[in-house]
Design a protein around this ligand. Structure first.
Ligand code: ADP
Ligand code: ZN
Length: 760
């Protein structure tokens, strides 16, 4: 084999820089420097960790050398690299940052300095690599057979016990037992163990162990349910598609309780039987603890659960289990999309309409969309499930780009809850209209549970002075402060700025200050006043901080120790609470009035979901919706359980104004401490965009710049440009040329968001 004198490699660096970089590999490192490993390389005056992408052809010019190869084995495969490249191209983001985001945080090394003493005693700074690798090991002991050692005292007992294990006693795995278990049995025994090893009677070995957050729980096995006709039809099509081994995407449209999860479970069983793996994405695991249990009961194969509550170490453990093929089902939130599964057979995206699949900083990817891309690269089946599909998904199904599977009825033939709209117009200051009060009372009397939904936490929306009209605002963000009675402060929900509640108006020193608007805290207080006999609880971001916060509140509802639960959208998500027989929507208007073209869609989804919490048990449910907009189509169709009706109106609106699915969007947000600087940059950007559009003859609409709906956040003024393109590739071309040709002052930040979800 001819030897290559120069082994040159292409390296991606996780910094906001375009392109990749070439380095020379010294011969001592050459065998280790394989694609998919991390390498330490000089970069400017720093040393940084980069990702080795592959060999590069020899080129002119001096190259710097790779300093170190940081992994014994590749962290990502060629297939995964292809996926990362796709993401970097689509979201216009540096490849190195995409890779860094895709790999678990636990492995990233950082360069640090440490103060050490030189030989003459003077302190010097030395660079070292702070190991990010957080593998946990545990020491195990076992008997070495046929040795005649004579320990003493406690050592005799321990040796006898190890002998007993070696002969298969206590089902000891390979006759091994951990040091921790020995200490639990014999008390402090480290010297005795050390002595046994010295005597050659026992051996010890350090083994890698996993931190398993679910280890303590055991699950009783269950078996597949006999499917009803609709479920069977959906399952047949998914199963057949898995059998073909080709990419095929489906929309599974089924009301809550229609048995979608059972279809997922049985489809996954088909994939596993075909020797393939499965990925299940859910919006937020903490909100759906019951789901993981259903998977653990059904499958006895390895299941990895990835969620935001894991420490970096726990996450890294799960990642390694998946990489080694020890877990073949992965359940997780947004970032689980990057789980290192091989041979994926099916990807499920549950609640596909959820906005939380979109990452809102860094690489602004959308897991729901990327599930389709990963599924295509892996020749897998992708199932997007929802009771309220995105109108873009439903449109794709109507046009044959997604297979359409429909579960129109609840499994247990329970009637949909009876729903009533309550017109709150002209009664502004009332938190509860009379029919809602009566319904809660009646429900309390029969021992039913009630959910009250309001999508705003805190006590009051804002403080206003009735004398001079002064409103308390955040000095850093263009929003009003929300009063939190529990903390006694007015708080900004964007930057957490807060001030103590004032006794007089800060502007005119008058005392006629009023709290306007409703928050969950205030609803809770009023409920307690109205129904002193009821057991009341609240669930929002303030009451569920910390690990296990959600679980605590949900458990109380489940075991019946709560009569009325008040909450934000957190209570809307997929829980199954048989005891809930009444749902009250306190106000459906907050989300309707957001300056975003998706506000109707979001409101429809939210109200439908909250309604779906009623009557999941044996008793039928009731839903009351209070609103100032009782004629709005998002609400009339939600209350009528009429998705198709809503879709028809919404799709007509989207076509009229040229929004997705009829166009593709990208937003450019410029922000700066100085308002003029951000605005000027945005103006210059528009000129360049117009020029590119003209030069290339692209059909892309350029809107703006305008001051963003949230004109100021954390002290930075924000200006926005919106690009609309009928053709996705033309939109990408203009962005690509723009990024290559545009520069802005370093004081200005530019964020390019492809397929933005949040338009504020
Ligand atoms: P979804 O995911 O659409 O909300 P689930 O799969 O959770 O629906 O089903 C709702 C309830 O009905 C669950 O308790 C589930 O165990 C039960 N269920 C689902 N399919 C069947 C079936 N074919 N036969 C009996 N019960 C079923
Ligand atoms: Zn603020």
């Amino acid at each position: 084999m001819p030897t290559t004198p120069h082994h040159i490699v292409e390296v991606a660096i996780p910094l906001p820089l375009e392109g990749s970089f070439h380095y020379l590999v010294p011969s001592r490192l050459s065998p280790l420097a394989v694609p998919g490993t991390r390498v330490l390389v000089p970069f400017g005056r720093r040393k940084v960790t980069g990702y080795l992408l592959g060999d590069a052809p020899a080129a002119g010019g001096e190259l710097k050398e790779v300093l170190e190869v940081l992994d014994e084995a590749p962290l990502f495969t060629a297939d995964e690299l292809a996926f990362y490249r796709w993401i970097a191209g689509y979201y216009l983001h540096p490849l190195g940052e995409v890779i860094k985001m895709a790999l678990p945080a636990g492995i990233n090394l950082v360069s640090r300095y440490r103060c050490e003493k030189a030989e003459d005693g003077t302190p010097v700074l030395k660079e070292f690599l702070a190991g990010g690798k957080s593998v946990r090991t545990e020491r195990f002991y076992s008997r070495i057979p046929d040795t005649e050692a004579k320990p003493r005292g406690k050592g005799v007992e321990i040796l006898e016990f190890l002998q007993f294990l070696a002969e298969g006693g206590e089902g000891g795995k390979d006759g091994e037992i951990s040091a921790a278990a020995l200490r639990a049995r014999f008390g402090h025994c480290t010297p005795q163990l050390r002595r046994l090893v010295e005597l050659g009677a026992a051996r010890c070995i350090d083994r890698e162990v996993y931190r398993d957050p679910f280890r303590a729980e055991t699950f009783d096995a269950d078996s597949p349910l006999a499917l009803n006709a609709d479920q069977a039809a959906a399952f047949c099509r998914i199963g057949a598609a898995i059998g073909t081994g080709a990419f095929s995407p489906f929309l599974l449209h089924g009301v809550t309780g229609s048995g979608k999860t059972e279809v997922y479970l049985q489809s996954i069983a088909v994939a596993l039987a075909a020797g393939r793996s499965a990925l299940v994405l859910v919006p937020e695991i903490a909100l759906t603890p019951q789901l993981v249990g259903r998977f653990k009961r059904r499958f006895d194969c390895g299941i990895a659960v990835l969620h935001s509550g894991l420490s970096d170490g726990e996450r890294y453990d799960e990642w390694r289990r998946i990489r080694r093929g020890e877990a073949v089902i992965v359940i997780g939130a947004r970032s689980a999309l990057f789980a290192p599964l091989t041979r994926i057979g099916v990807i499920v995206v549950d609640e596909e309409h959820e906005g939380s699949y979109k990452q809102s900083e860094g690489v602004r990817y959308n897991s729901r969309d990327l599930a389709l891309v990963r599924g295509k690269l892996a020749s897998a089946v992708v199932v997007l499930g929802s009771a309220t599909p995105l109108v873009t998904s439903y449109y794709a199904a109507q046009n044959g780009r997604l297979g359409y599977l429909h579960l129109p009825n609840r499994v247990r033939e329970l009637p949909m809850p009876e729903t009533v709209m309550l017109d709150a117009r002209g009664q502004r200051r009332k938190t509860f209209l009379q029919p809602l009060i009566e319904a809660i009372e009646a429900n309390l009397e029969v021992g039913g549970q009630t959910l009250l939904f309001l999508n705003r936490r805190g006590f009051a929306t804002y403080l206003v002075c009735e004398a001079c009209g002064h409103v308390l605002r955040c000095p850093n963000c263009a929003v009003t402060l929300t009063y939190h009675r529990g903390r006694g402060r007015h708080v900004c929900h964007y930057c957490d700025y807060s001030i103590p509640a004032p006794a007089v108006c800060p502007a005119c020193k008058g005392s006629e200050i009023t709290l306007l608007g409703l928050g969950t805290e205030r609803v809770e207080e009023e409920v307690k006043e109205l129904f002193p006999q009821a057991r009341v609880s609240r669930m929002d971001r303030d009451t569920t901080r910390g690990k296990g916060g959600h679980a605590r509140v949900l458990k109380a509802l489940e075991d019946g120790s709560v009569d009325i639960l008040i909450g934000t959208q957190m209570i809307a998500k997929g829980h199954d609470f048989p005891g809930v027989t009444l749902v009250g929507v306190i106000s459906a208007d907050a989300s309707l009035n957001l300056p975003d073209f998706r506000s109707s869609e979001r409101t429809f989804q939210l109200v439908t979901q909250v309604m779906g919490r009623a009557g999941r048990g044996d008793k039928p449910g009731r839903v009351l919706v209070q609103t100032l907009a009782p004629e709005h189509y998002a609400l009339t169709h939600a209350v009528a359980h009429d998705y198709e009706g809503f879709y028809a109106e919404e799709i007509a609106f989207r076509e009229d104004v040229g929004y997705p699915p009829f166009t593709h969007l990208a937003s450019l947000t410029f922000s700066g401490i100085a308002a003029a600087q951000a605005e000027n940059s945005a103006e210059e950007a528009v000129s360049l965009l117009r020029k590119i559009k003209g030069d290339c003859g692209l059909r892309v609409e350029i809107l703006g710049p305008v001051s963003a709906p949230l004109g100021k956040v954390r002290g930075r003024f924000r200006w926005q440009i919106l690009l609309k393109g009928r053709d996705r590739s033309e939109l990408h071309r203009i962005l690509f040329h723009f990024r290559g040709g545009f520069s802005h002052p370093s004081a200005v930040r530019l964020v390019i968001d492809v397929d933005p979800v949040e338009m504020l």
